[in-house]
Ligand binder design. Structure first.
Ligand code: SAM
Ligand code: SF4
Length: 348
């Protein structure tokens, strides 16, 4: 059981490691890794109703995931986010958290976090806390049970709310992620913010991204966040925060609710210059940019018994190919999504 909230940020071991730096001088300190492409929901903007999931042998084993994460930690990654698909539907997932917690204990890793749809959170909240997880992002796009069922095509809002409460009671800091969807939840957004802030949870709004084929046209529900922000400012006082997490979110405080709101506008380029992250899929591909198709395969070296040195070289080669900026756009004229893989494969 880890009872320290967070281990100290620096120790000798870490200081001696050469950090991963890309060709544009950005240090890579943040890894998001998808542990499965499967999910118990089928959110309409993320997946199609009838998804073909990857054959199991293509997905990295928990041991392989641990080895890969450990290699990144040795290369100076300070924060790991476990994502998916739905990470909590992966069999025996707690054993991965248990293994990775050794890096928190040693102080090499600053944070181990999770993004989840919350459906299984009640079951896992205590174990996650015991393994050093302190902050969890829960995706929630509506507080209306019927709408929730239809948006997720199978989710039970009650279970998710119960999961959130259980996790809060266990001591986790919960942040809510809400995808802004035209005609689906746009009128509900102020209410969801009030609900979250009332419980002391920050909330981040996300624009839909053109990742993977879904049923229908994503553009029908694409809602640019600047317009949403204008509407929120008609009702509340928003003060921008000078907080840069190295990602596409910009944050503001809302005086009236006393909470914080984030805006993730991935289609803009204003965050690429400070990007500090890479993503690894559940099949062991490292994508240097969410909005580009270029990847380096790490599964083959892993499965061919590569030494730690060879694995490090593969990781360094990948970082050496990190592009300066993404190139996706969302537009009617496109025949398909800008990037063919689903968010559930790359990990959100
Ligand atoms: N299943 C977990 C969940 O829903 O939180 C983790 C994986 S999910 C792919 C991670 C995040 O990506 C969620 O907040 C989800 O709303 C978001 N997401 C999925 N597809 C997206 C898309 N096409 N555009 C924008 N956000 C998306
Ligand atoms: Fe599943 Fe998350 Fe995608 Fe929804 S957003 S279908 S919960 S992976």
């Amino acid at each position: 059981m880890l009872d320290r909230p967070h281990p100290p940020s620096h120790d000798l071991k870490t200081a001696s490691r050469a950090p991963l730096t890309d060709p544009f001088g950005r240090s890579i300190s943040y890894l998001r890794i998808s542990v499965t492409d499967r999910c118990d929901f089928r959110c309409s903007y993320c997946m199609s109703e009838h998804m073909t999931f990857l054959p199991k042998p293509e997905v990295l084993s928990l041991e392989e995931l641990d080895r890969l994460c450990t290699a990144f930690v040795r290369k100076g990654v300070r924060k790991i986010r476990i994502t998916g698909g739905e990470p909590l539907v992966r069999r025996d997932i707690t054993s991965l958290f248990a293994k990775l917690s050794r890096h928190l204990e040693s102080g090499e890793l600053e944070e181990l976090t999770l993004t989840t749809n919350g459906s299984q959170l009640a079951r896992f909240a205590d174990d996650l806390y015991a393994h050093g997880v302190r902050r969890i992002n829960v995706s929630l796009d509506t507080l209306d049970p019927q709408k929730f069922k239809s948006l997720t095509r199978r989710g039970d809002l009650e279970k998710v709310l119960h999961g959130i409460e259980t996790a809060r009671r266990a001591g986790h800091h919960i942040k809510i992620n809400t995808v802004a969807l035209k005609g689906l939840n746009e009128d509900e957004i102020p209410h969801i913010i009030e609900w979250a802030h009332d419980k002391g949870m920050d909330l981040t709004l996300i624009e839909t991204m053109p990742l993977g084929e879904v049923d229908g046209d994503r553009m029908d529900h694409y809602l640019p966040l600047p317009g949403i922000r204008d509407r929120l400012e008609e009702r509340w006082t928003l003060s921008d925060l000078d907080l840069n997490t190295g990602g596409p979110a910009r944050y503001a405080d809302i005086s009236e609710t006393g909470g914080r709101i984030g805006f993730i506008t991935p289609l803009s380029h204003n965050f690429c210059a400070s990007c500090n992250r890479v993503r690894v899929t559940c099949t062991g591909r490292i994508y240097m940019c969410l909005g580009q198709e270029a990847f380096v395969d790490l599964k083959e070296p892993l499965r061919q018994g590569a030494s730690d040195a060879a694995l490090n070289t593969a990781i360094e080669r990948a970082i050496g190919r990190k592009p300066e900026a993404h190139d996706f756009t969302i537009e009617k004229r496109r025949a398909g999504p800008a990037v063919s893989r689903h968010m559930s494969v790359t990990g959100g």
